[in-house]
Write a protein that binds this ligand. Structure first.
Ligand SMILES: *Cc1c(COP(=O)(O)O)cnc(C)c1O
Length: 426
């Protein structure tokens, strides 16, 4: 039963472009109208028609503790009674900055913003201002939010809808962005040989999640660090997904890389709108009002967002959480692979910790080209059969699935049983 959702979608479509406030939410690529969600708890969502779903979208990453985690809810309840925004500094922002700096290896100074897009946009401005250079390098299929400079050959909804860039991005700006294949050090070397002195920064999702999950080669990440260092360019890790997801210190901890700047979002907001960017002190101190590179925000460091984020980080820092997430992620994805194999469906699983993607292809998926070569019709069939059984996945073959601490082994095994049925029927 989807009556109420369908009616809501009809109403939404009249007044909101495409009926959604972010394109990835529309079911366009899989040929459905999206369920409208009414409430959530733990690993579960309920839609406006009271259908129950096991949630593997987890709000696209933030809900690493599951929905309505008691400690997060309590922090929000306590905070809301003290007012919702002051536009003035608070103790909680200091605690947030100290916590981030303790957890993320390369960050010595940090600025809070309101979304991942703001974080990457500001980090790019800082890199340009700091180096006095204008060009940036990104990688095909990586998504860094919707700022003008970063929409070139982007992942996420841009990839799902097959849009190569976006009308409205000035050509002059797009021409300052060079997009290269991920995991290919040679093309990076060539780009630096040609444009080296003009390149302000290389921005990368160290573990891409927006073309589906791609596992980075250690030597690729090492190479990024070395080559940017040699040319006086900054290395920006966009850890909006991987930050606090794959380890307390994100991908940079896991792969032992110290980027110059790091962008954060999603998990640090605990489900509220938050982003942050930080890095080496001599670079970050160029930001106003200490330096002269400008960036500001009316609601930045919002007390409610800080409360939810700090509560989430507090839980994540308790012992054993990442080990548990690794075990759950491993169960889900290795059993999924087994189920696909048993049904004779060619599949590749890419997983790091509690984030992963099943690609329907027989060949390794290491970059955007190979991700796009996967069978998108097969994905569509799989997606619809899973949704019918109450499994809520991202409606695109180019997205990650996320496991939270609320996804018990029982819930995971129930999901696998649904996948077995879906694969049999495909
Ligand atoms: C989600 C995401 C962003 C953008 O964050 P918003 O909060 O949606 O603006 C940027 N980079 C990466 C890697 C992301 O996954």
């Amino acid at each position: 039963m989807k009556e109420t959702s369908d009616l809501l979608f009809e109403r939404a479509s009249r007044y909101i472009p495409g009926g959604v406030n972010s394109p990835v939410r529309a079911g366009k690529a899989v040929g459905i109208n999206p369920p409208f969600i009414a409430r959530a708890d733990g690993a579960f969502l309920w839609d406006a028609d009271e259908n129950e779903y096991i949630d593997y979208v987890c709000s696209w990453g933030p809900m690493i503790l599951g929905h309505s985690h008691p400690e997060v809810v309590q922090a929000l309840e306590e905070s809301i009674r003290l007012g919702t925004s002051y536009g003035a500094p608070t103790e909680r922002e200091v605690e947030m900055a100290e916590t981030i700096i303790e957890m993320v290896p390369s960050i010595e100074m940090v600025r809070m913003v309101n979304s991942g897009t703001e974080a990457t946009m500001s980090a790019i401005r800082l890199a340009r201002g700091y180096t006095g250079r204008e060009k940036i390098i990104k990688f095909d299929g990586c998504y860094h939010g919707h700022a003008d400079s970063l929409l070139v050959t982007a992942g996420s909804g841009v990839a799902t809808l097959g849009i190569p860039g976006s009308p409205g991005v000035p050509k002059d700006l797009a021409s300052q962005t060079i997009s290269l294949p991920f995991n290919h050090l040679e093309s990076l070397d060539q780009a630096f040989q040609r444009f080296g002195p003009e390149i302000a920064a290389v921005i990368v999702e160290p573990i891409p999640g927006n073309m589906g999950v791609i596992v980075p080669q250690q030597q690729f990440l090492d190479g990024l660090s070395r080559i940017t260092g040699e040319h006086g360019s900054l290395l920006i890790f966009d850890e909006v997904i991987s930050g606090f997801r794959v380890a307390p210190g994100g991908a940079q901890e896991l792969f032992g890389i110290m980027p110059d700047l790091t962008c954060l979002g999603k998990i640090i907001g605990g489900g509220l709108p938050v982003g942050a960017y930080g890095g080496k002190k001599d670079i970050m101190s160029k930001m106003a009002p200490q330096g002269d590179i400008y960036q500001a925000g009316t609601l930045s460091g919002n007390p409610l967002a800080m409360a939810a984020g700090l509560a989430t980080l507090r839980v994540l820092r308790k012992g054993g959480v990442y080990k548990e997430l690794e075990e759950r992620g491993n169960s889900l994805f290795s059993d999924l692979e087994g189920a696909a194999r048993a049904a004779g469906i060619p599949s590749v699983i890419n997983r790091v910790g509690s984030m992963g993607t099943i690609f329907f292809t027989a060949d390794p998926v290491t970059d955007f080209e190979t991700a796009k070569a996967s069978d998108q019709d097969l994905f569509k069939g799989y997606y619809r059969r899973m949704l019918e059984q109450g499994i809520y996945l991202a409606p695109s073959p180019f997205e990650a699935s996320f496991v939270s601490t609320a996804h018990s082994q029982d819930i995971i095994q129930k999901t696998i049983a649904c996948a077995e049925k879906a694969f049999r029927d495909l």
